[in-house]
Design a protein around this ligand. Structure first.
Ligand SMILES: Cc1cc2nc3c(=O)[nH]c(=O)nc-3n(C[C@H](O)[C@H](O)[C@H](O)COP(=O)(O)OP(=O)(O)OC[C@H]3O[C@@H](n4cnc5c(N)ncnc54)[C@H](O)[C@@H]3O)c2cc1C
Ligand code: FES
Length: 289
């Protein structure tokens, strides 16, 4: 299915917590074609301010209603304008874009989902789809590790507990759940060996993804990571979202991938992590956090 340009109608807008909002849009052609892990580019504001569309993941998809939801955090001009969109107003979209998550084939495997901050957004639809595939009994083998800087940046507990999956919360400042990084909590849980995932799915800041990928690679565990990047076009035309790619057998390779077209979902081994971390000064901790 190709990219669709569609004028969406805003169905609902609500503040969930702190600067986190949920937007429901009626966009039947895009909602009908969307897969979890894919995203849309949305025009925010009138005329040329802001000039560029902004990328947002599908946090829930309701093809039967022609709707989907975006869960987002207000961090700048575009998202501030987004938080002012009123029900009944319209916004121009391009989507669905990117590759999306591969859903697990085996319904019995234990799975871990790791979310940092607003990186929880695409994992919500993924967990919903896995749950609908497995039924309520399958919930016990699903663990969500969900961290943020502080409690107000987390979704409320009841938002997630309804599924019956195990949710492990962490905050950097200890205001809710484990005190410290979500990757540290995850690694401690893995060391305790009471749960071992067959596959990992993660979305969050680059530094978090680095630790998830490192753990997956050194523990021979499959991982699908939703990678972030600042995007100008979202359709492979500007190279703005390039990440260095790992090329098997060629450590000196200068190959790169486009997050918008080749991703945003990548396996742990397909990114040249050491090159990203060297390129970023200061180290990458902010995006998606
Ligand atoms: C594939 C993809 C899916 C995304 N899905 C979601 C989502 O579901 N929910 C959500 O809240 N956000 C998501 N983002 C991030 C979102 O696109 C940015 O937060 C948004 O574009 C910021 O726009 P702004 O005009 O408010 O901020 P700006 O005024 O453009 O920037 C404000 C600050 O945010 C930084 N910033 C700009 N772009 C990004 C970016 N892509 N990621 C993080 N920081 C950025 C800027 O460097 C600056 O420091 C996604 C990004 C990508 C690439
Ligand atoms: S955002 Fe332009 S090439 Fe990916």
């Amino acid at each position: 299915m190709g990219k669709i340009i569609e004028e969406a109608r805003i169905v609902n807008q609500e503040r969930i917590s702190g600067q986190i909002f949920r937007l429901r849009l009626h966009s039947p052609r895009i909602a009908g074609a969307a897969r979890c892990g894919q995203f849309v580019m949305i025009r925010l504001g009138e005329g040329t301010d802001p000039l560029l569309r902004r990328p947002f993941s599908f946090s829930r998809i309701y093809p039967e209603d022609g709707d989907f939801e975006i869960l987002y955090r207000v961090i700048g001009r575009g998202t501030r304008l987004m938080s002012r969109l009123e029900p009944g107003s319209a916004s121009s979209l391009i989507g669905p874009l990117g590759n999306g998550f591969e859903l697990p084939i085996d319904r019995t495997h234990p799975l871990a989902f790791i979310a940092g901050g607003i990186g929880i957004a695409p994992l919500l639809e993924l967990i919903a789809q896995v749950m609908s595939d497995r039924g309520a009994k399958g919930a016990e083998k699903l663990h969500l590790f969900y961290g943020a800087r502080t409690a107000i940046e987390l979704l409320p507990e009841d938002f997630l507990r309804g599924w019956g999956i195990r949710v492990h919360f962490a905050t950097d400042d200890g205001s809710f759940g484990y005190r410290g990084r979500i990757t540290k909590m995850f690694e401690e849980c893995m060391a305790a060996e009471d749960f071992r995932p067959f596959e990992l799915y993660s979305c969050g800041p680059l530094a978090m993804q680095y630790h998830v990928a490192a753990w997956a690679l050194s523990n021979d565990t499959l991982a699908q990571l939703s990678m972030e990047s600042i995007m100008a076009c979202g359709i492979g035309a500007c190279v703005g979202c390039a990440l260095p790619a790992a090329t098997p057998g060629d450590p000196e390779s200068e190959a790169f991938v486009h997050v918008c077209e080749d991703g945003p979902i990548f396996s742990a081994g397909s990114i040249k992590w050491n090159k990203i971390l060297v390129q970023q000064t200061p180290p990458p901790t902010l995006l998606f956090s």
